[in-house]
Design a binder for this molecule. Structure first.
Ligand code: SF4
Length: 651
């Protein structure tokens, strides 16, 4: 097909175009961008997405690093003429799409592209709270007064009200949570600022957009709300969704289709009620007594649960038999607070959000205590001062299947880590997408040349106590060969700290430890410190991009099997076993193989990158299941000799 371009090289007939017009050799992208490289995988991926959208099919695409997958889904989404939601793993990725990739694509089209992004409400300013704060004594300390001035000046000129625009506001500003637009205290249409509200504006923009860029948390919060009594969705209707970093959606969906109730929620409800009732002049001795009652009963009730760790909880009937009065007393306290608030006259815009919140907490608590739903795993967790009662769906595949796949024309998943040993069976099964078509796009990188995978043969089994000392010695040898420039990634905090303590006086390289500074500061410091070594755990296994020789080595301590005693993992393995399956092969190995692929994926982020991957767990060569891991990884060159590692870096 011939492409019509005007004198500035812009595309004037977007609807008739096909992805191949963009991605082919000599196509629009190569004309627009002198350094654009043709990639067959990118073209294949875009063509497959185009037909999935046109034919209303679901699709799973594994696209290795360097495929150019962002453009490969954005272009067909734009050309489809449908409203497509694009969901990314992080807010940072959302911003990259909206502020970098979309403007680039816009430069190719004459017609304006109707694109917007939406984040969770806590990212936006609530004008009403800001105006209230000006009149009422909610600010504490010099820091908050300074932050208030920054926000007040910005509020006059910002169009979106998104706090990421506010670079001068400190990351942990204590003022922001007092003026953000989270739903807890929002009166919605009853608010005087509703028409000028940034959330209202965000919804208006979304209604006028063809492409809506969200993150997984917002997406699943919306999906979970759509069927709820107090709900109402956040997103306008759409006919297709593309999930980038789709390997994360099982966990995120589990959080939003589950229940989480905590003592902190109760305390915050009491605190907010007290503060608002005073500010808005509807405080009364009855409301104050209801708050005191809620606090006391909540403390008594939550104190009945284990006060440390994270563990399964299946004893609700027995618990109720012993502690029914504490439970009923807490429900009564919530009811009493609601009743007191509902009696207030003339302040419904302030009382309504509090009542709605109390009712949601009550509904969650009742579900947790009384539903006894066998499709959920119930567990309790103590984190700091918080005591959490959680219920997580054991298997989200059915929920995703009925609430997402069956309702959408097309659901498209993409990530660099979805296939296990060349098969998509695991992702299809876990996500309820058995009927989806699949495509595996090979990476453009020459892994056999760029990467050496090293597995030291002599180390003890990582489950044995002597492993720690042996692993520390081996890490020292590898870092000596690589001249630092490494991530050392661990599967547990305990192992990370032990090995870091053993090594910190022995290494000649600058070392950094997860937790010593915020994540972004650590990554920045790693990038700018020659020869640096970063010790970290699973939160650094993904979403981090360090190109170039500053990151030349990634060491992983052991095969990243999920902790089998974790209540959610245990419930999932039990469910597979009860259904006659083999949980180790069907769940634990695929999950670990994808995690390993994700962690190793940190190393090669460009065609000029080269380096060594070291896995200190030689079960990958000793055990039969190791084959699955090897078959899931790209075709790296392999060695079990430290001399080869030295030679690799000496070249
Ligand atoms: S509608 Fe809600 S979020 Fe918007 S300004 Fe009013 S209270 Fe704030």
């Amino acid at each position: 097909m011939s492409v019509s371009t005007n004198i500035e090289g812009k595309v004037s007939r977007p609807k008739k175009l096909k992805p191949s017009d963009f991605f082919a050799r000599g196509g629009i992208l190569s004309k627009a961008h002198p350094s654009y490289e043709f990639r067959q995988g990118q073209l294949d991926m875009a063509a497959e997405i185009e037909s999935a959208l046109a034919e209303k099919r679901h699709l799973i695409v594994e696209a290795g690093t360097g495929t150019g997958k962002t453009l490969a889904y954005l272009v067909p989404a734009i050309l489809s003429g449908k409203r497509v939601v694009v969901s990314t793993g992080t807010k940072a990725l959302q911003e990259q799409l909206y502020f970098k990739d979309i403007p680039f694509l816009q430069s190719l089209f004459e017609q304006p592209l109707a694109v917007c992004y939406m984040k969770g409400r806590a990212n936006y300013l609530c004008r009403q709270k800001l105006y209230d704060a000006e009149r009422e004594p909610v600010l504490t300390g010099v820091g908050e007064l300074r932050d208030f001035k920054i926000i007040r000046d910005w509020e006059k000129e910002t169009e979106a009200g998104d706090r990421s625009e506010l670079r001068e506001l400190p990351e942990h500003s204590s003022l922001w949570p007092k003026v953000d637009a989270r739903g807890d205290l929002c009166a919605g249409q009853k608010c005087k600022q509703f028409e000028r509200c940034f959330i209202t504006e965000m919804h208006r923009k979304a209604l006028a957009s063809d492409i809506i860029i969200v993150n997984h948390h917002l997406f699943f919060a919306d999906l979970a709300l759509r069927d709820q009594a107090f709900g109402g969705g956040i997103l306008p209707d759409y006919s297709a969704v593309v999930f980038d970093e789709a390997h994360e959606i099982e966990d995120v969906a589990g959080q939003y289709f589950g229940i989480s109730i905590s003592n902190l929620q109760m305390q915050e409800l009491g605190k907010d009620t007290s503060a608002i009732s005073r500010r808005k002049l509807f405080a009364s001795p009855e409301i104050d007594r209801a708050i005191v009652m809620l606090n006391e009963r909540s403390e008594q009730f939550f104190h009945l649960f284990p006060q440390e760790g994270r563990q399964g909880f299946r004893d609700q009937p027995e618990f109720l038999a012993r502690h029914e009065s504490e439970y009923r007393d807490l429900l009564l306290a919530l009811d009493t607070l609601c009743a007191r608030l509902e009696l207030v006259t003339g302040a419904v815009e302030d009382t309504l959000p509090l009542v709605r919140r109390a009712k949601l907490i009550e509904a969650g608590l009742t579900f947790w205590m009384e539903s006894n739903d066998p499709t959920f795993v119930y567990w309790v967790e103590r984190r700091g001062r918080g005591q959490y009662l959680q219920a997580t769906p054991i298997d989200v595949s059915q929920t995703l299947s009925t609430r997402l796949m069956d309702r959408m024309d097309s659901v498209i998943l993409t990530s660099a880590t979805l296939a296990v040993a060349g098969s998509f069976e695991y992702a299809q099964g876990r996500l309820g997408m058995q009927t989806a078509r699949t495509l595996q796009v090979e990476s453009q990188y020459d892994y056999a040349k760029q990467v050496l995978l090293y597995v030291p043969p002599q180390l003890p089994d990582p489950r044995r106590p002597e492993f720690t000392r042996g692993a520390a010695d081996e890490i020292e040898r590898i870092l000596h060969a690589s001249r630092g420039r490494a991530f050392v990634l661990f599967t547990s905090y305990q192992q990370m700290r032990q090995i870091y303590e053993m090594l910190k006086g022995r290494l000649d390289h600058p070392t950094m430890l997860q937790g010593d500074a915020p994540r972004t500061a650590l990554i920045e410091s790693f990038r700018s410190t020659p020869g640096a070594v970063l010790f970290a755990t699973s939160s650094f296994w993904q979403g981090i991009d360090v190109q170039g020789e500053q990151l030349s080595c990634v060491i992983i301590d052991r095969l990243p099997f999920a902790v089998p005693s974790d209540p959610v993992i245990a419930a999932r393995t039990d469910a597979i076993t009860k259904a006659g399956g083999n949980a180790f092969y069907e769940y634990q190995i695929p999950q670990a193989a994808l995690s390993l692929k994700q962690g190793f994926g940190r190393l090669i982020r460009g065609s000029a990158d080269r380096g060594v991957l070291a896995l200190l767990d030689n079960r990958i060569v000793r055990q039969r299941y190791g084959r699955v891991f090897f078959d899931s990884l790209p075709a790296y060159r392999f060695t079990n000799k430290i001399g080869d590692v030295q030679d690799f870096f000496d070249v």
